[in-house]
Write a protein that binds this ligand. Structure first.
Ligand code: NAD
Length: 516
């Protein structure tokens, strides 16, 4: 007969290191430290459900630009004057999508499937074909409430990545004390290579298949990298289409536009939460954000709002790196001007590259810039051990999910660089998502001031508990109570945040028990 030990232990973990196993290192460390209940540990080690499915759509015809060398063969091809310029949709990859009957009524000169546009370029007309995309939804844990987590549209996604991100949501919802569990999902796609209508069709098809797996009290998606309020609106429409009580279903997604049931303050909430943590970090040291300098990676939702709020608090942005370039200005980058530059419809890549108020530098140079704060707000795994060795900052505030590798963590600790870990730093998004969900349920509408005040309290209260756990300083103040969470010794802040999450999740299992 197998020993009791055999029943209790999970199978020996595979020696293969994956994004998920790396992300779970901190879970295991914290679980060991607090002696997490063995069965709870087994429940949390793997997601409840891992869904993989496929989405197909019919793409539109495209005009694909020829390289100058190839275009020479069409030197005498006359220009096609397009009567309906709205019919042409320029994509970030240089291709042009033909919407509807874009060329109808135009004087078209086509030779062997090629035509010349008024911009002088020669393009090959490529008929649209059907395409298949891989889609995911990982539902990690629901001990504390419905699964909750973003939808990512990005080329580099995988089950392994979504498992890690879904688990992060389980920890984050516990830390921010919102009544949700953790989930994450999305589509393997580079959204910038597709037109508006194509993305609409892909999103509708995605939700059509997702619908049987989720619900406003089961699993609630939100925006993440590559998705936004427009995508959430489509997801809401598709989920509630034809339902008799469709208005009761508004809470199926959060991060919606405020005009259709989104919450005031949600768009900026994640960046706002990072800024509140940074403000509290300095307040604790008797300092202020005013006069501090920071560098930033990622100028999307989190990065652009966070930068604007930090600038408003008096900090100076020195450099920004995004997927398409890096810019630097030692005197400070004008965040409002940069936001206007990035959101200009002519800036097809929505990139900071080419911003006139700064000089271009190489991505690797970002890590060498001397500043008070590094604010990563792009993808995971960017701060490697090598990068951590080079950094000349005093504090890293993790806006992105999982930006620092475990090796880099060890380097940062050795070098005495402080850290505000992602699961508290970027919890502002899911916190205001909860406010949105609750407003939807109650058919209420809160003001931006009310949302901001609640968010500030929630972020600072939980960040203070984490700092107390880290310093082993159990106490009760008017704002927070860390006595139930300190473990009798000091730990690093990332471990402290995980301890808070695990103790809150464990309580549900221990008090409610397990359904059989
Ligand atoms: P976004 O799509 O709005 O912006 C992403 C930014 O990252 C863009 O500026 C893009 O150019 C940049 N980027 C992408 N690949 C890059 C690369 N290889 N190198 C440098 N920059 C790169 O996404 P977002 O919603 O701002 O999310 C950013 C991060 O914050 C992600 O890690 C996300 O999981 C995390 N996050 C987002 C929210 C939210 O509410 N949106 C909440 C919590 C955490």
């Amino acid at each position: 007969m197998a020993s009791e030990e055999n029943f209790m232990r999970a199978p020996a973990p595979s020696p293969k290191r994956t994004i998920y196993t790396e992300a779970m290192e901190i879970f295991h460390r914290a679980a060991d430290l607090i002696g997490l209940d063995k069965r709870v540990r087994l429940e949390l080690e793997e997601p409840d459900y891992e869904h993989i499915f496929y989405v197909t759509t019919k793409l539109k015809d495209r005009l694909v630009p020829l390289a100058p060398e190839e275009a020479k063969a069409f030197a005498d091809l006359s220009v096609t004057q397009v009567r309906n310029p709205d019919g042409l949709e320029r994509l970030a990859d240089g291709k042009i999508l033909l919407n509807g009957r874009a060329l109808l009524g135009s004087d078209v000169s086509i030779r062997r499937g090629h035509l010349r546009l008024p911009d002088g370029g020669v393009y090959q007309l490529v008929p649209g074909e059907s395409q298949r995309f891989k889609a995911y939804r990982v539902q990690h844990n629901q001990a504390r409430g419905p699964y909750k987590g973003g939808i990512r549209y990005h080329r580099e996604v995988s089950l392994d990545l979504f498992k890690a991100l879904a688990a992060e949501m389980t920890w984050k919802t516990a830390i921010s004390e919102v009544p949700f569990g953790g989930g994450k999902g999305g589509i393997q796609i580079d959204p910038r290579q597709y037109g508006r209508e194509e993305l609409e069709n892909i999103t509708l098809r995605f939700m059509y298949k997702l619908k049987s797996l989720i619900g406003p009290n089961i699993d609630i998606p939100a925006p993440d990298v590559g998705t936004n309020g427009e995508i959430m609106a489509l997801m809401y429409r598709q989920f509630s289409d034809g339902e008799r009580e469709r208005h009761n279903l508004r809470g199926i997604v959060t991060g919606k536009d405020v005009r259709i049931g989104g919450s005031e303050g949600r768009a900026k909430a994640t960046g706002q939460g990072v800024a509140y943590c940074i403000e509290d970090y300095y307040a604790d040291r008797g300092e202020s954000v005013k006069g501090k300098t920071f560098t930033l990676q990622g100028f999307g939702n989190v990065g652009s709002h966070g930068a604007a709020i930090l600038a408003h608090m008096g900090a100076r942005l020195l450099a920004v790196n995004d997927a398409d370039g890096t810019i630097y200005n030692g005197d400070g980058i004008d965040v409002a001007a940069l936001t206007a530059y990035v959101s200009d419809p002519k800036n097809l890549k929505r990139s900071v590259a080419g911003f006139p108020g700064a000089q271009r530098i190489e991505k690797k140079d970002l890590w060498d810039i001397q500043a008070d704060i590094l604010f990563p707000a792009a993808l995971g795994g960017e701060i490697t051990a090598d990068v951590a060795e080079r950094l000349k900052v005093k504090l890293i505030a993790e806006g992105a999910n999982g930006p620092t590798t475990p090796e880099a963590d060890r380097v940062l600790q050795k070098r005495g660089i402080d850290l505000i870990p992602d699961i508290i730093a970027n919890a502002g998004g899911v916190t205001v998502s909860y406010y949105e969900w609750i407003q939807n349920k109650r058919m209420e509408r809160w003001s931006e001031t009310e949302v901001d005040q609640r968010l500030e309290k929630a972020m600072k209260r939980n960040y203070r508990i984490i700092r107390d756990i880290s310093r082993n300083q159990p106490r009760k103040t008017e704002m927070h109570d860390s006595r139930a969470y300190c473990i009798g010794k000091t730990v690093d802040p990332r471990c402290a945040a995980m301890i808070l999450a695990l103790k809150r999740i464990e309580a549900h299992y221990l008090l409610e028990g397990f359904s059989q």
